[in-house]
Design a protein around this ligand. Structure first.
Ligand SMILES: [Zn+2]
Length: 144
């Protein structure tokens, strides 16, 4: 069964992004259907929007999504309702990495809060790009 979801789409070089409804299929082997709860908006998204990475538009933005697993082949790995985070920055082993990061954060040696400049609504993504372009924010997080 296909799923209708909201997506931030860059349709043309330098043009404002649009929030659109797109259809995604059921997850295949090695994939999961995730209900996104928040998503970072970073310079990678801005570079895609500006055509600096490629010109094969349209681009679906939002590679820093985090949410809850809804449909699986990966049920054995995450469990229903478990958390999942996507990233281009490499793999993470939650049982090993999360406790270490929490210890660093609680010990004042890892400023996790500095990674988020602001939280915004889905409709404010274009404003986030403008602020990022002007150097006013490092990363905005869309909270759904
Ligand atoms: Zn990013």
């Amino acid at each position: 069964m296909a799923h209708e979801v909201r997506a931030v789409v860059a349709r043309a070089k330098g043009a404002p992004v649009s929030v659109e409804t797109i259809v995604v299929p059921d997850p295949g082997p090695g994939e999961a259907l995730v209900k996104v709860e928040a998503c970072g908006v970073c310079h990678t998204d801005l570079h895609y929007r500006e055509g600096a990475i490629g010109d094969d538009f349209p681009f679906l933005l939002g590679h820093e999504a985090a949410g809850r697993v809804e449909a699986v082949p990966l049920l054995d790995v995450f469990g229903r309702g478990g958390a999942l985070k996507s990233s281009w920055y490499g793999d993470c082993l939650p049982s090993r990495d999360f406790p270490a990061l929490i210890d660093l954060y609680l010990g004042g040696r890892f400023d996790l809060d500095a990674f988020v400049s602001e939280t915004i609504d889905l409709g404010d993504v274009e404003k986030a790009f403008e602020k990022m372009h002007r150097g006013e924010v490092l990363r905005s997080v869309v909270v759904l």
